[in-house]
Design a protein around this ligand. Sequence first.
Ligand code: CMC
Length: 428
Amino acid sequence: MAEAQAKLALGDKNVEMPVLKGTVGPDVIDIRKLYGQTGAFTYDPGFTSTASCESGLTYIDGDQGVLLHRGYPIDQLAEQSSFMEVAYLLLNGELPTKAELEKFDSTITRHTMLHEQLATFYRGFRRDAHPMAIMCGVVGALSAFYHDSTDITDPRQRMIASHRLIAKMPTIAAMAYKYSVGQPFLYPDNSLSYTGNFLRMTFGVPAENYVVDPVVEDAMDKIFILHADHEQNASTSTVRLAGSSGANPFACIAAGIACLWGPAHGGANEAALNMLREIGTVDRIPEYIARAKNKDDPFRLMGFGHRVYKNYDPRAKVMQKTANEVLDKLGVTDPIFDVARELEQIALKDDYFVSKKLYPNVDFYSGVILSAIGFPTTMFTVLFALARTTGWVAQWNEMISDPEQKIGRPRQLYTGPAQRDYVAVDRR
Ligand code: CMC
């Protein structure tokens, strides 16, 4: 892979480093021997110029607004595929045949139930706990219930753990919701699709026969596809870093969920809808645009901007179209959708947003759809975590299978005191 050499002159040392080429995308300078040859580290907080791993799963061209999973464009997958198929693709590298898809679907379906004792575990949480807090705890606890799939050196156990995580996430998410509204938990119904089953466990009640609305099922499935994976983002890197120490997969995914919760990452969908509701009416938009541009105001336009996309996030395009369809088909009129559309139009013409290449991201319209379906804002990030679990387990498997895999151990630029002697407390 290394065809060229990058040259670095550091004092009197001249170092040559291999330049690696991926299938597509920027060249990567291999600096692994730099410290040994020069005694110097590189400095890149926030990883703005650093490739942390080699991966064959997901490719993003942020300037062109392209997102590919195993080579397939996200809009094609969202329009033509299903979440189960995309999960198979991410895990196995190729689209499944009909028979492979049926087998995968049936395997996932058979793992949807949770250990009965986990229901007791839920009852330890406060009723008003944020469902993400519940999800972090419950997923972390899974290793206590499924320790027969925690040997990461066994590929079969790794695959069972991956299937379990993908399958149980909807049940865990639905139970977190049910607990917060004081309704009884519903067991999975394996005659339904992955997404239909999740909707029933969330919105169904034992007293009534819940009928899955195909419009909602289709929109929800699309939302899951759009969130399935996204290269080496903060939560995925967290999963990889946790996994690099040999931690079990359930613990690693719990770490990913904790990272995803932040408002700069997965928590942005909740923050974006709260912001749209706070704006409330189109006439108040200029006030918020001015706040977003004011350096002395910490306010940011939530659902806008992205570390990698310096163009329209391709997921946001599908999301906007889906929002139109869902609101239309469900006959929902929500003024926040008008606020969102108008805000987008104003921001896209504003010099500040244009010059900084800030475009709507996946979270800008997802909240509008989820709210129309009936989810409270606190559930938004939970749904993101549910879908992203497929990407996390696929990335984790890829890392563990890599023979060059080492524990992740970044270094630092130390700026604290140099060595000094201890002074007894009465002499300080
Ligand atoms: N509103 C106003 N200004 C912004 C925004 C925004 N949403 N996003 C970035 N900027 C400005 C920022 O102030 C900075 O200005 P300056 O160069 O004058 O200091 C410039 O644009 C670059 O921003 P940055 O914070 O250095 O860029 P980053 O790559 O570190 O941050 C981001 C990316 C997504 C954290 C940021 O754009 C943001 O906070 N957006 C709002 C939160 C959000 O929607 N997050 C969801 C991301 S998509 C889902 C996911 O992958 O998790």
